[in-house]
Design a protein around this ligand. Structure first.
Ligand code: PLP
Length: 428
């Protein structure tokens, strides 16, 4: 078998930050903050490289959940008793932490939802249903997660509208020229990923948003794979909506965020009806609550929001520039080590990447590789990564995907490379 070499990532891997200097992170301390990492799996040290699916949780997050249920638990907004007031305050504080973390202008622009998926569905079902009509167009890219495809397909089907898809090139880079050409007079919204979960590509978001805005088209950004890895400033990006999930950024499952510009959110109809999203109800007429509550019907995941706040405090405390620089180094190293292995082909070699290393191996199905790596205590993900059109674009059924977090080390990348070599021997 001939060795397949591939271009490795070059500076910069991600937008916005120049990882010029060594980051000031104490990796041993960081790893000690994540209790699960001390585990052995199949008799080996756990090497957790499935962070794009979900990240592990630091003690600060686990403690925030425990503390909430041990000391605070009460429903928010409706109570005058002390615990309800404390729960409401803690929930409000979490919203403030989210606002600061993504630099939104106002806490009213932060809507708590279940995750990125729900955030995108919310926009499709409210903004989309109001503004998209028969013959209109919704523009996405060829590297979207199913969560940023299917909600728009449902909308387009209902309305008789068309889904347009901006292509990517063989490295997994967006064809910006084609993207621009596809923004037409019937385009009602652009919905794009910030970082591809299958390829790691960081898209040129600012340019894309400018192109759309020049034509008066709002932009929703799926930030599920960006928020954990690179600093995100929604005002600097000037995006209209930004969606992300708590569980990929060291927080718990079941909580996520939709950021929206206030004027847009104000003008949108509500998503779901129920308690908390109203200001008054009679059988004749209901008036809706002000932002953000208009979009938060029913009892929210109070503990989840508070724990997400703890997660963002934790990672923000390390410094997102430091996190990005550390992960940049890891991804560069992993691209070199894994990309140089015999029979391995990297899928996704765009010049700007973050968090994700996708690859295939001659003669070894990704699932078999994943199983062999698991025996070595190494957790990677194999499959289509909820991005089947990406697999189709590269004419492959699946990839193996190693994805990184702040607690990963070069030694773990070495373990991954050794595991892949072992798999190769098994299948030789
Ligand atoms: C790019 C991207 N968007 C959206 C999602 C959906 O996130 P969730 O399942 O947390 O709603 C994911 C999850 O993998 C993702 O990677």
């Amino acid at each position: 078998m001939t060795a397949v070499t591939h271009p490795v990532v070059r500076e910069p891997l991600h937008s916005g930050v120049a990882p010029a200097s060594m980051p000031g992170l104490d990796l041993a301390q960081i790893r000690a903050d994540f209790p699960i990492l001390a585990q052995h799996i199949n008799g080996k040290n756990l090497v957790y490289l499935d962070n794009a699916a979900t990240s592990q949780k630091p003690r600060a997050v686990i403690d925030a959940i425990t503390r909430y249920y041990e000391q605070i638990n009460a429903n928010i907004h409706r109570g005058v008793h002390t615990l309800s007031v404390r729960a409401t305050e803690a929930h409000d504080t979490a919203r403030l932490t989210v606002r600061r973390f993504i630099n939104a202008a106002d806490t009213r622009e932060i809507i708590f939802v279940r995750g990125a998926t729900e955030a995108i569905n919310l926009v499709a079902q409210t903004y989309g249903r109001k503004h998209v009509a028969a013959g209109d167009e919704v523009l996405i890219t060829a590297m979207e997660h199913h969560s940023n495809i299917v909600p728009w397909q449902i909308l387009c089907e209902e309305k008789g509208a068309h889904l347009r898809v901006a292509p990517i090139d063989d490295s997994g880079e967006l064809r910006l020229d084609e993207f621009e050409k596809l923004i037409g007079p019937r385009t009602k919204i652009v919905a794009v990923t910030h970082v591809s979960n299958a390829l790691g590509t960081v898209v040129p978001l600012r340019e894309m948003i400018e192109m759309a805005h020049k034509r008066g088209v709002p932009v929703l950004v799926d930030g599920a794979q960006a928020v954990p890895h690179i600093p995100v400033d929604v005002q600097a990006l000037n995006c209209d909506f930004y969606a992300f999930s708590g569980h990929k950024v060291y927080g718990p499952t079941g909580i996520g965020v939709l950021y929206g510009k206030r004027a847009l959110l104000d003008a949108m109809p509500p998503y779901q009806g129920g308690g908390d999203m109203i200001s008054s109800v009679t059988f004749a007429k209901t008036t809706y609550n002000h932002l953000p509550f208009k979009f938060e019907a029913g009892t929210p995941d109070i503990a989840g929001a508070i724990a997400l706040g703890a997660a963002l405090e934790y990672i923000g405390g390390l410094g997102m520039d430091n996190v990005a620089a550390h992960e940049h180094e890891l991804l560069t190293y992993a691209s070199e080590q894994v990309g140089a292995l015999e029979g391995v082909r990297l899928i996704g070699t765009a010049s700007m990447r973050a968090g994700v290393l996708s690859f295939v191996m001659d003669g070894v199905h990704p699932h078999d590789l994943g199983t062999i790596l698991d025996r070595e205590g190494i957790a990677i993900r194999t499959g289509h990564h909820c991005a089947q059109p990406v697999m189709e674009r590269f004419d492959i059924p699946a990839t193996a995907r190693a994805s990184f977090a702040v607690y990963n080390t070069k030694e773990e990348v070495d373990a991954l490379a050794a595991g892949i070599r072992k798999a190769r021997e098994v299948f030789a």
